[in-house]
Design a protein around this ligand. Structure first.
Ligand code: SF4
Length: 324
């Protein structure tokens, strides 16, 4: 039994002018204990909405989420409270998620108090331990969010996420707002914490290099669907879906870009916008932007196809070089 199992999940919401956005369209995935799964795609592809839906922070229209063999979407009261303790979020912008009028010690202690963990003195001790765990001076507990750098604030965000001893963490673009040198420090911290605590991560990111460094497996999301899923080495060595190939070919790392192009990707960065009403589009949702699209792609939604062991691609021509 996987730690987290999602089957055929759908998330829709109304945008301006009553337009319906199909943010997540029939997503299925699993995350094992202690595993780090990357979820990549362009802005607007639905990856953050999926992360929010898993944590019950976005309404789900259909599908199933099972966590530790519990049906997450039917949890209420105490059971939902416990689920929130076991699964946490690390945000892209920790500053936005911290109350500027609360010291960071009080912000972390608040999580413990809400869950009635320990008495006042025990909670204060726990806050100091958590700050030390994430590489901050425990005396910083008395300081306020504006007194910290971006990297330090993200350490506070991580400490807060860990306060309740979760087993699963959704990390939503946790380093994208940080300088490159600080990014590496935060990623290393997250890796160390994962090993020490057996954490499972769903690592939401648009930066493929970050995902390659952090993750065991990668899911590529486009227009609300998972279009490719593979182990990290297989995905970077042999991207099968034209969208993944285009993302890799656009990576600044020349070597990886060349490898993606050798697998059949065109050199250009994928053009156009991610469609938000993918179900309304006949055929493959990627066909308006795919330089390999044929008549079949415009008429028929591709099924999942095996592109290798543990490697799935949702393309009619998975893994094949498609001639122009
Ligand atoms: Fe491109 Fe067709 Fe594959 Fe879709 S099914 S990714 S349009 S080749």
């Amino acid at each position: 039994m996987s730690l987290l199992e999602i089957n055929n999940l759908h998330v829709r919401f109304k945008a301006g002018h009553g337009h319906e956005v199909r943010a997540v369209n029939g997503v299925s995935l699993a995350v094992e204990r202690g595993e780090s799964v990357g979820l990549v795609g362009e802005s607007g592809c639905g990856k953050s909405t999926l992360g929010n839906a898993i944590l019950r922070l976005a309404p789900v229209q259909a599908g199933q989420i099972r966590f530790e063999d519990q049906d997450v979407l039917t949890l209420v009261h105490r059971a939902l409270f416990n689920y929130r303790r076991r699964s946490q979020m690390i945000f892209q912008d920790p500053y936005g998620s911290l109350n500027p009028r609360l010291s960071i010690g009080a912000a972390i202690e608040e999580c413990l108090a809400v869950h009635r963990l320990g008495n006042r003195a025990e909670r204060k001790r726990r806050v100091r331990d958590l700050l030390q765990t994430v590489g901050l001076d425990p005396d910083y507990a008395a300081r306020y969010p504006h007194e910290f750098s971006g990297g330090q604030r993200q350490r506070v965000g991580i400490a807060r996420a860990l306060a309740l001893d979760p087993v699963f963490v959704v990390a939503d673009e946790p380093v994208s707002a940080l300088d490159v040198s600080v990014q590496a420090q935060i990623l290393n911290l997250m890796k160390d914490l994962q090993q020490a605590r057996g954490l499972a991560y769903l690592f939401v990111a648009h930066d493929l290099a970050v995902v390659r460094y952090m993750c065991d497996r990668v899911l590529v999301m486009y227009a609300g669907t998972i279009v490719e899923a593979a182990g990290v080495d297989a995905l970077f060595a042999q991207p099968s879906h034209p969208y993944t190939q285009a993302l890799l070919s656009a990576m600044p790392d020349v070597e990886k870009g060349l490898r993606a192009r050798a697998a059949g990707a065109r050199r250009e960065i994928v053009k156009g916008e991610v469609p938000t009403g993918a179900l309304a589009l006949a055929g493959c949702p990627f066909h308006p932007r795919c330089s390999y699209a044929r008549d079949l792609c415009r008429a028929q939604l591709p099924d999942e196809r095996a592109a290798g062991p543990g490697h799935m691609s949702r393309c009619h021509f998975a893994g094949k070089f498609v001639p122009p």
